[in-house]
Design a binder for this molecule. Structure first.
Ligand SMILES: Cc1cc2nc3c(=O)[nH]c(=O)nc-3n(C[C@H](O)[C@H](O)[C@H](O)COP(=O)(O)O)c2cc1C
Length: 155
């Protein structure tokens, strides 16, 4: 699992392209080693957090080495707000489209982060939500297998 490490990541600039820093190289290597990416995002001001966008910008460059090309992905998120990151997810989907990642279109998953659904330790305690998330992950697995069958990773 990759967590955004905004404290160590400078803001991306193409001035870095000629001498990519270790953080950028490490992020690209981690994505290259993964079969697929499941983006789990909060919602900040009806979009994705700036730290996540910055990480995507780093991984998409230097020009010609976009880490998301043909890399299967899906998007999910949870927030205390009533629409459960729906707007942030649409924003993220737009970015991933431009980055040429074959995304899972459906199902969508907008999860409300409430005490009735999540216990104190963050585990899902609502059985309906648990079943929904299980089906989401099954669909995600099928999507990844389909994409990798048609677009096998380069070795
Ligand atoms: C700057 C900021 C903006 C936020 N904007 C939204 C928002 O647009 N919609 C929403 O549902 N929650 C919003 N929230 C609440 C976050 O969803 C909630 O704080 C979440 O737990 C943040 O997750 P994180 O701690 O992993 O960043 C916002 C929180 C912050 C700090």
């Amino acid at each position: 699992m990759l967590r955004s490490r905004s404290r160590t990541f400078p803001l991306y600039s193409y001035d870095y392209d000629s001498d990519y820093p270790p953080e950028g190289k490490a992020l690209k290597a981690a994505i290259a080693a993964a079969d697929a990416i499941l983006f789990v995002t909060p919602e900040y001001n009806r979009s994705i957090p700036g730290a996540l966008k910055n990480a995507i910008d780093w991984a998409s460059r230097p020009w010609g080495t976009n880490s998301f090309t043909n890399k299967p992905s899906a998007v999910i998120g949870a927030s205390p707000g009533a629409i459960g990151t729906a707007v942030a997810q649409q924003s993220l989907r737009s970015v991933l489209s431009y980055c040429n990642s074959p995304q899972m279109n459906a199902p969508e998953a907008y999860v409300k982060f409430s005490p009735e659904i999540f216990g104190n330790d963050g585990e899902v305690i609502d059985s309906g939500t648990e079943e929904f998330l299980r089906r989401f992950m099954e669909e995600y697995r099928d999507h990844v297998v389909r994409v990798l069958t048609v677009l096998p990773p380069r070795t």
